[in-house]
Design a protein around this ligand. Structure first.
Ligand SMILES: NC(=O)c1ccc[n+]([C@@H]2O[C@H](COP(=O)([O-])OP(=O)(O)OC[C@H]3O[C@@H](n4cnc5c(N)ncnc54)[C@H](OP(=O)(O)O)[C@@H]3O)[C@@H](O)[C@H]2O)c1
Length: 186
């Protein structure tokens, strides 16, 4: 059975911004951070791992809060990152296609439950047009923040769906309203 890929993103509703200067554009939204971590770390089978595919800046931006976790396989797309000098030793690949090849190779696949695409912009673009990417978990932030990266259009290829574990009601933190949404490939 082929492994499916899932996108995880939080974006502004109006301008579709999701990052600014290597960080999130909005103040900390605790519930969204917890939701993100629960989703990308969760495995039904505790003996399996999850793959996280990301661009170099996303990897470096979350590095300070990251600790080595043997339940995750980190794949970083980069032409400049030296994995041997990185204390967390991610797998570094030169392209999205190579990241997918590694994640779905027989030796990795047998250990893996989910493949998560966690940003940034070019990685999201490549995933949206890749047939193995079946689902998007999107946090819609009902306020626009100044951003320098923007979530690509996906609406032609995906339709809104649901996940029994995702509560889609509007919530609020720090005076900012947001909502958890799920989309499946049409
Ligand atoms: N809101 C959210 O859900 C969310 C999620 C993730 C990230 N973010 C934010 O997004 C920003 C980072 O995203 P970003 O788009 O600026 O950068 P990024 O995709 O994380 O990293 C860009 C770098 O990754 C490599 N890369 C990415 N895609 C590639 C491809 N298809 N082929 C070859 N190399 C590729 C290149 O590295 P080299 O230069 O080393 O070759 C490129 O310079 C930060 O502000 C972060 O906080 C937000």
């Amino acid at each position: 059975m082929s492994l499916e890929m899932k996108i995880m993103v939080a974006m502004c509703d109006g301008n579709r911004g999701f990052g600014k200067n290597g960080r999130l554009p909005w103040p900390r939204l605790k519930e969204d951070v917890d939701y993100y971590l629960n989703k990308v770390k969760h495995r039904n089978n505790p003996e399996k791992k999850n793959v996280h595919i990301q661009g170099r800046k996303t990897w470096q931006g979350s590095h300070r809060s990251r600790t080595s976790d043997h339940n995750q396989i980190q794949i970083v797309i980069s032409s400049s990152l030296d994995a041997s000098k990185d204390p967390l030793h991610p797998i570094v690949v030169p392209s999205f296609e190579e990241a997918v090849k590694v994640a779905t190779s027989p030796e990795v696949k047998s250990q893996v439950e989910s493949i998560w695409i966690i940003g940034g912009q070019r990685v999201y673009e490549a995933a949206i047009s890749h047939p193995l990417c079946k689902r998007i978990y999107l946090t819609r932030i009902y306020k626009d923040f100044d951003s320098d990266v923007f979530f690509p259009s996906f609406e032609d290829a995906f339709t809104e769906s649901s996940d029994p574990e995702v509560d889609g009601t509007i919530r609020e933190d720090n005076g900012i309203q947001f909502r958890f949404e799920v989309y499946d490939r049409k």
